[in-house]
Design a protein around this ligand. Structure first.
Ligand SMILES: C[S@@+](CC[C@H](N)C(=O)[O-])C[C@H]1O[C@@H](n2cnc3c(N)ncnc32)[C@H](O)[C@@H]1O
Length: 311
């Protein structure tokens, strides 16, 4: 199967990085290497470190970037480990880092990965298949209240309570093993009227379970400050998000890195000692153009935010 994935906000990310031919860059979510290819094309003696936790992505990107193998180091890992990854490569600071969050179209389209409600497959959804926990463990072992909170918060589904209740009722009789079993349970929890008018009834719950399983919000929260600290003066961190909670994490982390002072407003001078790490380049998030929205529906909820390290 070919790695089909249209890179989102491609030109915008490339522009945001101010790429220098001799610079060193990190792609924390390499995927099919779409963004990475445009970065390496602009390098002379520079380097790109490409990270992904998915072995299929590593294979696809290795192939795609083959012509630039002198410029590229590809590593299968979680981007949350970026500091150690760079240390192992004897790299202290870099000129730019970017992450393009969420799943790739390839992951979604590969039925047996269990990411999608469109195909019947075992409930897996692991980005990194070296991890033991699968989506089926969440669905069968989390409490009703935990399921409710995940589906409400990460899926933003207004029928979260009912879906959680139906999941628990079903699994009391039989373990939930497949995507289609879960789809049927979700369908039974949502009024028919909504099912006909809204998008696919299972979309939000599947997204919620995927985010929880792969700890997507936790690793993002734990990584942004570290990434900023790894930038050289003037270096840029560019982040594409697809979920309102992700975007909020990025917006708040960037704001705090820009203005970390916690002194009460009435203090004439800062005494907390927290120093700004740089500035937010994007006062408002950059959104896909009309043209991109038309040709790539996956770009619909994408937002790009950029931070520049101070000099
Ligand atoms: C949207 S795709 C990236 C697509 C890529 N930018 C391109 O243009 O081809 C997201 C990728 O990030 C990977 N990923 C998500 N979270 C990750 C993490 N914490 N560490 C490493 N890779 C991660 C996924 O496995 C997936 O391959």
């Amino acid at each position: 199967m070919t790695f089909n994935h249209k890179s989102v906000l491609l030109n915008e990310v490339i522009e945001s990085l101010n790429i220098k031919a001799d610079g060193c860059y990190v792609d924390g979510t390499l995927g099919g290497g779409g963004h990475a290819l445009e970065v390496v094309k602009r390098l002379g003696s520079g380097k790109l470190i490409g990270i992904d936790r998915d072995s299929d992505a590593i294979k696809a990107a290795t192939q795609r970037l083959n012509d630039y193998s002198n410029n590229v180091i590809i590593i299968r890992d979680n981007y949350v480990n970026i500091e150690n990854i760079l240390k192992k490569e004897n790299i202290d600071k870099v000129d730019g880092i970017y992450i393009d969050l969420g799943v790739s179209s390839y992951q979604l389209d590969t039925a047996e990965r269990g990411f999608t409600y469109r195909y019947d497959a075992p409930l897996d959804m692991r980005m990194d298949d070296r991890n033991e926990l699968k989506a089926s463990d969440i669905v069968n072992d989390y409490s009703e209240s935990e399921l409710f909170h995940i589906i409400r918060d990460y899926g933003e589904d207004r029928f979260a309570k009912n879906i959680a209740k139906h999941i628990v009722e079903y699994r009391n009789k039989k373990r939930i093993e497949t995507t289609f079993e879960l789809v049927d349970i979700i369908k039974a929890s949502i009024p028919m009227k909504i099912q006909v008018t809204g998008g696919h009834p299972a979309k939000r719950t599947f997204q919620a379970i995927r985010i929880e399983l792969n700890k997507e919000l936790e690793v993002l929260t734990d990584s942004l400050d570290v990434m900023i600290d790894l930038l050289k003066p003037g270096g840029r961190l560019s982040v594409i998000t697809f979920h309102s909670l992700e975007d909020r994490i990025v917006k708040q982390a960037f704001k705090k890195a820009e203005s970390p002072c916690v002194c009460p407003k009435k203090f004439p001078v800062c005494v907390c000692g927290n120093k700004s790490k740089g500035r937010v380049i994007t006062r408002k998030a950059i959104l896909p153009s009309e043209e991109e929205l038309e040709e790539n529906s996956r770009s619909k909820s994408a937002k790009l935010r950029v931070f520049e390290k101070g000099v």
